[in-house]
Design a protein around this ligand. Structure first.
Ligand code: ADP
Ligand code: MG
Length: 262
């Protein structure tokens, strides 16, 4: 059963730090939600195209991708591909996307190009936007297109400082382009409860952001780090791994939270 975009929920996975598991979270949460029966579209908004290759597509071999959609020479449907996970499709990217920020730079409405491009897409219940490690125009476009922001956070020094920059950007986008944008949740990734640093960051983030922080945490798991090089979401690569189990738990928690009042 699929529903039209009018009711599709659009999530932007964002954190301007690189290597905090944005892409891993976008792919794994998307695949997890698809396994739980949802019709999910993953949109790769990063020129590094890690989400694209992470679901098994060769970015260099694509003839249509997000660049064409943003530039206006292709409809999203022309670029969207199915993945090996039933229920999970992708609007892929490749390195051409590097040029789009320059191309859009002088254009009026440049911050809302992605939102306009996604508007006509039908048939998905959840759309997940994976973003680059910066707060540049592509991330702003993703924030402007989304209903909510999903923040993966690695438990390390300065995690909270980085978070306050992101919260400021969210506030700006909210004020200028997307008044109803809200924070969906914060997911602690590469979590190692044996280290004091993890415990400290965990306590601080929960004290500050309270119920926005997911009860589910994602452990450091070598299978999660191996799966992208095989072009397979974790549920196809190693469904029994702790990585797969924890992302499935995060997907369940996400769905549970949709039923609660905010
Ligand atoms: P980002 O998109 O924020 O730059 P990635 O999702 O690409 O981050 O993750 C950065 C690196 O860490 C990748 O090599 C990824 O495979 C690895 N990684 C992500 N999450 C985990 C985890 N829970 N355990 C081990 N490695 C992880
Ligand atoms: Mg990434």
């Amino acid at each position: 059963m699929t529903t039209p975009t009018a009711s599709a929920k659009i999530l932007c996975v964002a954190n301007q730090k690189g290597g905090v598991a944005k892409t891993t979270t976008a792919v794994s949460l998307g695949a997890g939600l698809a396994l739980l029966g949802k019709a999910v579209l993953l949109v790769d908004c990063d020129s590094q195209a890690n989400a694209t290759s992470g679901v098994g597509l060769d970015p260099a071999a694509l003839d249509r991708h997000l660049y064409h959609v943003l530039e206006g020479s292709a409809a999203p449907e022309e670029a969207i591909r199915p993945t090996e996970v039933q229920g999970l499709d992708i609007l892929p990217a490749n390195v051409d996307l590097v040029g789009i920020e320059m191309e859009l730079a002088g254009r009026p409405g440049r911050e809302t190009v992605l939102r306009e491009a996604l508007r006509p897409i039908l048939g998905y219940e959840i759309v997940i936007l994976d973003t680059p490690p910066s707060l540049g125009l592509l991330t702003v476009n993703a924030l402007a297109a989304a209903h909510s922001v999903f923040i993966p956070l690695q438990c390390e020094y300065y995690a909270l400082e980085g978070l306050s920059q992101l919260v400021n950007t969210i506030r700006l986008v909210k004020h200028n382009f997307n008044p109803r944008l809200y924070i969906e949740g914060i997911l602690l990734t590469m979590f190692d409860a044996r280290t004091r640093l993890t415990t400290q960051v965990n306590d601080e983030v929960r004290a500050h952001f309270r119920e926005l922080v997911y009860e589910t945490t994602i452990p450091r798991n070598v299978r999660l780090s191996e799966s992208p090089s095989h072009g397979k979401p974790i549920f196809l690569y190693d469904p029994a791994s702790r990585g797969a189990q924890s992302y499935l738990a995060a997907a369940r928690e996400f769905l549970d939270r949709q039923r609660r009042p905010r």
